[in-house]
Design a binder for this molecule. Structure first.
Ligand SMILES: *[C@@H]1O[C@H](CO)[C@@H](O)[C@H](O)[C@H]1NC(C)=O
Ligand SMILES: *[C@@H]1O[C@H](CO)[C@@H](O)[C@H](O)[C@H]1NC(C)=O
Ligand SMILES: *[C@@H]1O[C@H](CO)[C@@H](O)[C@H](O)[C@H]1NC(C)=O
Length: 316
């Protein structure tokens, strides 16, 4: 059992981050032992800092950093940045000669979504670089809510694996062939198409094992192979499945219940027993299209009497 419990949260959404931090602290048995390491971008750094300065999370500690100040995270080190830069360059020259048609515009739109371009998303592959002194860290997405004390996660034996995560291949078929191109020999040679997928959102990472196995190097190797996007298309889950293949320890499902952003038929008791609930999908609880039946699990951790929030139409 560690003396302090460290969390990594990478977000550009102040309201979402405030709910993650507040819900963790409200449900912690001893808040003073919890430390949040929040990284945001240049645009949101001021607001994020101000929020936690004026609404400090009780006795817990919070530290906010700006990803744009990580000098080591540059395109000579990081393949995804290099690829984004060269894609932007290609598009620039391409557009100069040919006006973009409607259809190619639509198919490109996805790749231009800032979510996929933001380094905040890829920062999860650099945890030991961001936190060189830590041995373990709990990674949290900003579209989750914590409902229980999480310290028990630090006692789970990961059996020498690097990533503790809940598996997702139960009812629905979230297996490797859903995320990766098995017509490609690089993929077909190395992976089992039936291997079970797992979820990002609440992951325990053993950073000592990570460094020992050079996880970031493995990620870089595969990200370089995917230059032409033939192995996978978008997002961080496919490269995560590849990088942590054989290095993921399954956690009990009650730690992390998924689907509150798209699945209208999750069992109520499953949600209420969960340590963490996750609004993965498009129907985020802070958006109008959120599912009303799930919104309360999130909105109960908002500070409603805050003057900035009183004008928001967030129904309790
Ligand atoms: C880019 O990152 C590398 C390693 O992460 C570092 O050694 C180098 O100094 C960085 N370059 C700049 C221009 O900051
Ligand atoms: C899958 O990989 C094969 C072999 O590299 C390639 O020809 C094909 O276009 C890829 N499929 C997709 C959807 O990228
Ligand atoms: C944290 O959540 C509690 C409800 O559980 C709420 O009363 C409080 O205002 C919230 N605090 C902040 C700073 O968001």
């Amino acid at each position: 059992t560690p003396t302090l419990y460290h969390y990594a949260l990478f977000s550009d959404n102040v309201l979402a981050a405030s709910v993650v931090v507040n819900s963790t602290i409200v449900n912690a048995k001893d808040p003073s032992k919890h430390v949040f390491h929040l990284v945001t971008d240049k645009l949101n750094f001021g607001a994020m800092n101000m929020w936690f300065l004026s609404n400090p999370p009780g006795k817990a500690t919070i530290h906010v950093e700006n990803v744009d100040e990580f000098r080591w995270l540059n395109s000579s080190y990081c393949p995804v940045l290099r690829q984004l830069e060269s894609a932007a360059m290609r598009e620039y020259y391409f557009k100069a000669e040919h006006p973009t048609t409607l259809s190619s515009g639509a198919s490109n739109l996805k790749y231009r979504n800032p979510k996929y371009l933001s380094m905040l998303n890829h920062l999860r592959f650099y945890l030991p670089q961001v936190y060189p002194k830590l041995e373990k860290i709990l990674f949290l997405d900003d579209d989750i809510v914590v409902q229980k004390d999480l310290t028990g996660l630090w006692d789970v034996d990961l059996h020498g694996k690097v990533n503790g995560a809940v598996e997702t291949c139960g009812e629905s078929f979230h297996r490797f062939d859903k995320y990766l191109n098995f017509s490609n020999p690089h993929i077909a040679r190395k992976f089992d198409p039936n291997a079970c997928g797992w979820a990002y959102g609440m992951n325990m990472f053993d950073l000592k094992e990570w460094k020992k196995r050079d996880i970031t190097g493995i990620y870089h190797k595969w990200q370089n192979l995917n230059e032409e996007r033939l192995l996978w298309k978008l997002g961080t889950l496919p490269p995560g499945l590849i990088t942590f293949y054989g290095l993921t320890h399954p956690l009990d499902k009650s730690w992390h219940v998924l689907g509150l952003g798209y699945n209208p038929s999750i069992d109520r008791s499953e949600i209420e027993n969960a340590a963490v609930v996750h609004y993965n999908g498009n129907m985020k609880p802070w958006l109008e299209l959120a599912m009303t039946k799930y919104r309360g699990y999130w909105s109960k951790y908002i500070k409603y009497n805050h003057p900035y929030l009183r004008q928001c139409k967030l129904n309790e």
